[in-house]
Design a protein around this ligand. Structure first.
Ligand code: SD4
Length: 462
């Protein structure tokens, strides 16, 4: 077994933001761990700075890591198991853009960007037909179903293809969300997005098996790109649920994942712009110097007057687009997962809702699955995904379950930014979002035997 003396491996390391003059100092522990990880990675023959190898896109089933469980050989039947429709109140508009083709391998820069997808939607709507499901009707149900947040089309296509090729529900979630990590969906998933206060991109992800209720999650993961892949390894090779920070990176390296810089020109310029605008916005409050006017370092004032800021999200909707995915197989097996680079300019160490079971997502094969997106600092306080699944367990229609969860958060944080997707074990699904200025509709993707292709849908926020 490889042993590394962390202390003797201390030393400076090339921080991603080294190019920027105003680089904040880092802790010695982080430096030591970083050096240790580099040493482990190269001792293990790992490509410490190599590019990300993730060949699954070609087949949907291969892995960059050596020990991926192979999928079942025989394709599953995708015939509807139950065509059950339940009443709901949401208005779901289904759209089918023309000219859809089976993907042949979109990588970074592919068409998976949800925000792009959002803009794209406006354009294609002029040329396509839309079916407006009247208020009072819910989605038709069939299995399997794949549903994911935002218009992350390549992620939906990847997950669906994994099912078609006989992969498991967990495989589909891992590959689907992993595709977004490759595509850097909206800059909010994967490497090179949402730099924190020190300019570094860190990742949160989780995956949940609704048969066994096992969860694998990583939070504040540094210098490893395939966060949901690492989360899956937490299920497969540990008895833990959640690993965090540099220690999660150490685990990832041991599992064979490349250890590499997540910084890109884009994340550097986001960071540099933020520094130039006096570090606005940020997540501090009640500190000196005044965090609404100047950069830190901040500290507690002599006399603290605690004032809970009304929960209007100062955050830009544009940089909050976590992928959350629920997959329900033909037999009703539920799996769910998330992957995100979290909140831009977050305080280092911040962990959002995405890697927290019941918050970011939840899966229970006796009821259904749900996944959330939005302001995780608010949403995680309500365990919305768990709550939605529990509503569905009681027989509540998925759309209504999603709405009830949003309403509950609204009572405490009327201006929160957030949305949730829900699906039950019959394949019925729904979504809901909180209506705030600039966010009145929520786009999501659905794949089902009732749709000829992964289809973007939109719901009006409440
Ligand atoms: C977070 N919930 O870290 C994530 C961000 C997100 O859509 O969902 N964006 O708070």
């Amino acid at each position: 077994m490889l042993q590394v003396d962390l202390i003797s491996l201390g030393g400076d390391y090339p921080h991603p933001t080294a190019m920027l003059a105003a680089q904040p100092p880092h802790t010695t522990t982080a430096q030591l761990l970083h050096s240790a990880l580099l040493a482990i990675s190269s001792a293990a023959g790992g490509p410490a700075q190599a590019g990300w190898i993730f060949p699954c896109h070609d087949t949907g089933l291969q892995s960059s890591t050596p020990d991926r469980a192979q999928p079942r050989a025989r394709p599953r039947s995708h015939r509807p198991r139950a065509a059950q429709s339940r009443p709901g109140r949401a208005r779901l508009r289904r759209q089918k853009p023309p000219g859809w083709r089976r993907p042949s391998g979109a990588g970074p820069g592919g068409d998976g960007g949800g925000r792009d997808g959002g803009r794209h939607w406006v354009v294609v709507a002029l040329f396509s037909f839309a079916v407006l499901t009247p208020a009072g009707a819910a989605s038709a149900a069939a299995l399997p179903v794949v549903i994911n947040t935002w218009a992350f089309r390549t992620a939906a296509e990847t997950a669906w293809r994994v099912l078609e090729l006989g992969g498991s529900e967990l495989d589909a979630v891992e590959r689907g969300c992993g595709q977004c990590e490759i595509d850097q969906c909206d800059g909010s998933v994967g490497y090179g997005g949402s730099p924190d206060e020190s300019g570094e991109t860190t990742l949160d992800a989780m995956i949940m098996d609704g048969n066994t209720m096992e969860v694998g999650a990583v939070a504040d993961l540094r210098r490893v790109k395939n966060a949901i892949g690492v989360a899956r390894k937490v299920i497969e090779y540990t008895k833990h649920t959640l690993l965090v920070g540099e220690s999660a990176s150490l685990f990832a390296v041991r599992m064979g994942f490349p250890y590499e810089d997540l910084t890109t020109q884009k994340s550097l310029s986001l960071y540099s712009e933020w520094l130039n605008q006096s570090c606005q916005p940020n997540y501090w409050k009640n500190v000196v110097p005044d965090s609404s006017k100047s950069c830190g370092p901040y500290k507690r004032p002599e006399e603290v007057t605690y004032k809970e800021e009304q929960t209007s999200s100062k955050r830009s909707i544009r940089n909050h687009d976590t992928i959350g995915m629920v997959v329900i197989g033909v037999s009703g097996t539920v799996a769910s997962g998330t992957s995100t680079n979290g909140a831009i300019h977050k305080i280092p160490g911040r962990v959002g809702d995405s890697p927290i079971a019941g918050a970011g997502s939840y899966a229970d094969s006796t009821a259904g699955g749900a996944a959330a997106t939005g302001d995780g600092d608010i949403m995680m306080r309500f365990l919305p995904s768990y709550q939605a699944v529990e509503y569905m367990r009681m027989g509540t229609d998925p759309t209504v379950a999603c709405q009830k969860v949003i309403s509950r958060i609204q009572k405490y944080a009327p201006k929160f930014f957030g949305a949730i997707i829900c699906a039950n074990t019959t394949g019925s699904y729904g979504a809901a979002c909180n209506k705030i200025p600039g966010f009145t509709q929520f786009h999501f993707m659905v794949s089902s035997p009732l749709l000829s292709r992964p289809t973007e849908q939109v719901v009006d926020c409440i």
